[in-house]
Write a protein that binds this ligand. Structure first.
Ligand code: SF4
Length: 195
């Protein structure tokens, strides 16, 4: 398509929509992302702002949660610059907390299961999933609960199951999980925040 100067200028006027330039075969991904970011900044400026504390660890960083006044939905979460502990900064875990809100369309919402030796993922409901996990844990624990340690002593310990904590669980959830794991005899328990 031949582009005259007049046509280019008329198209530039419509750049906000991104439709005209994309019709010329130009990649507007970065431009659209920038426009979306500007639009989000405008929404944040007019949003209701509430201060809160990150739930993930005992550092207790301050956050500002912006909520759309019309929809009541969270549109942004960021570090609180006025908070004496973090002064606006957040670690990667805290900085990713907005990704857990319903705004994130890529958030995992359903269970996908791949059977042994299968190359296909199947969608499963939570009832099936929890029963399957409980069954495997129980069977493994029953089979391996008593072992001989390095001194040849018989001990109650499960070394065939390990538990690694999710990055998305809070202090109280970590504590509950670690207690539950120890009660089952697990010794390989870890978490990125080292409960
Ligand atoms: S997880 Fe990170 S952002 Fe949250 S309180 Fe701890 S250090 Fe702060």
């Amino acid at each position: 398509m031949k582009i005259t100067r007049r046509r280019f200028l008329s198209m530039s006027g419509a750049i906000g929509s991104g439709i005209a330039l994309s019709s010329l075969g130009l990649d507007l991904t970065a431009l659209k992302a920038h426009a979306a970011e500007l639009s989000k900044m405008d929404r944040i400026r007019t949003a209701r702002q509430t201060t809160t504390i990150c739930c993930y660890c005992s550092v207790g960083c301050g956050m500002i949660c912006s909520t759309d006044k019309l929809t009541g939905k969270i549109i942004n979460i960021e570090g609180d610059p006025d908070h004496p502990i973090n002064e606006g900064s957040l670690c990667a875990k805290g900085a990713g907390i907005f990704g857990l809100t319903e705004t994130n369309q890529h958030r995992l919402r359903k269970v996908l299961y791949r059977a042994p030796k299968s190359d296909k993922w199947e969608e499963k409901d939570w009832s099936w999933t929890l029963q399957r996990i409980a069954r495997l844990v129980k069977d493994t624990r029953d089979a391996d609960f008593q072992i001989n340690n390095d001194k040849g002593q018989l001990v109650n310990r499960v070394e065939s199951i390990g538990h690694y904590g999710s990055s998305n669980i809070g202090n109280e959830e970590c504590w509950t999980l670690s207690v539950a794991c120890r009660a089952m005899g697990l010794v390989y328990i870890d978490h990125q925040a080292r409960v």
